[in-house]
Design a protein around this ligand. Structure first.
Ligand code: TRP
Length: 348
């Protein structure tokens, strides 16, 4: 199978409480890339279970959370006929390639992963082996489809570097076989992260130093994708700010994390740059800017939330999308695994 030239892969974990950070940092970009790329969007349920039940909701919640991410993809405008939407556990080749990558990646590489350190916290002995090997599964997700581009938030940059390291080591270790079997000099591509736009990091509405997160105890810290118009407006009204008006230049946002966050959110929702937003609102008080942001957020998010609610009321349709997407993803994945097993020398 020839290496594709512009294939996108990305994924979101089904851990519940999808929020504005997921939407602006990932989903909106996914929608945009459909026009120019062949896209595969995954609900990474095998990744979700690397953490304790309390984080992903446990077995009673997993199906609902999987449907929630799927509904968000659909509600935001990903077209399931054009792009592939599926959940990871239905394509078992993800786990198979991840095992092979467990044997390519080195302990030292994974020991440097900052996300593992953050998620494992102090009690590292008690973290799951899956959490440690998480980046290898992510590399498998991407390279199973030999994806060339991966839209992600900036916290995933290190995992993308690891993906390239794994691809490079595989290409190098098996270079003679890769050449003999007619795949040229490299089997796996050097996948590029796509990290851009004004909202690659959406911060908490209560603390500009913390990322917006599904697990923050304060509901006011995040706008979730199922919030209705009144709730969205209320959360923006109550968002933490400082007393000064918005600065006249972007530099003036440097020491003002809350203001910077709201400007970034406004820019992303309106499809403008942060410069343009400062051009319009520089020098204005938050009493002017916040209502404008609330109106914009309601205008952009309420329809998505409405569509999501509609999909969530129709699980049969959502499950059908995932089944169809899984069949199409599997067709590609099976082919890659056949070639990879040949390269490594497995008898089949
Ligand atoms: N690790 C990603 C996150 O937490 C989710 C993810 C899993 C992913 N596999 C992926 C993202 C493959 C992009 C490509 O956001």
């Amino acid at each position: 199978m020839a290496q594709p030239s512009n294939r996108v892969f990305s994924g979101i974990q089904p851990t519940g409480n999808l929020h504005l950070g997921n939407y602006l940092g990932a989903i909106v970009k996914f929608v945009a890339m459909q026009e120019s790329h062949e896209c595969i969007f995954c609900v990474v349920d095998l990744h979700a279970i690397t953490q304790p039940f309390a984080v992903w909701g446990g077995p009673e919640k997993l199906a609902d959370h999987t449907r929630e991410v799927t509904a968000a993809y659909l509600a935001a405008g990903i077209d399931p006929k054009k792009s592939i939407i599926f959940n990871q556990s239905q394509v078992i080749e993800h786990a198979e390639l991840a095992w092979l990558f467990n044997c390519v990646a080195r302990m030292g590489w994974l020991n440097r992963m900052t996300q593992f350190k953050e998620k494992a916290g102090k009690d590292r002995e008690n973290a799951s082996v899956g959490l440690f090997a998480y980046p290898n599964l992510m590399a498998a997700d991407i390279l199973l489809y030999r994806a060339t581009h991966v839209p992600v938030g900036d916290d995933q940059k290190q995992h993308l570097e690891l993906t390239r390291d794994i691809a490079a080591k595989f290409n190098n270790d098996f270079a003679p076989q890769i050449a003999t079997l007619g795949h040229g000099e490299a089997y796996f591509p050097m996948t590029e992260p796509v990290i851009e736009g004004p909202a690659t990091r959406v911060m908490s509405l209560r603390d500009g130093a913390k990322k917006m997160s599904k697990s923050d105890p304060s509901d006011l810290s995040r706008i979730t994708l199922t919030d209705d118009a009144d709730t969205i407006a209320k959360k923006i009204r109550k968002a933490k700010t400082d007393p000064a008006p918005l600065p006249e230049t972007l530099d003036g946002l440097a020491e003002r994390p809350e203001a910077a966050n709201l400007v970034g959110i406004y820019a992303a929702l309106s499809g403008q740059t942060r410069e343009q937003v400062i051009g319009e609102f520089g020098g204005k008080e938050f009493s002017t800017f916040k209502p404008a942001l609330a109106d914009l957020a309601v205008e952009k998010l309420a329809p998505v939330s409405g569509e999501m609610t509609r999909y969530l009321a129709d699980p049969a349709t959502v499950d059908g999308v995932l089944r169809d997407g899984s069949d199409r993803a599997r067709a590609i994945a099976v082919e890659t695994m056949r070639e990879v097993k040949d390269i490594i020398g497995f008898l089949s």
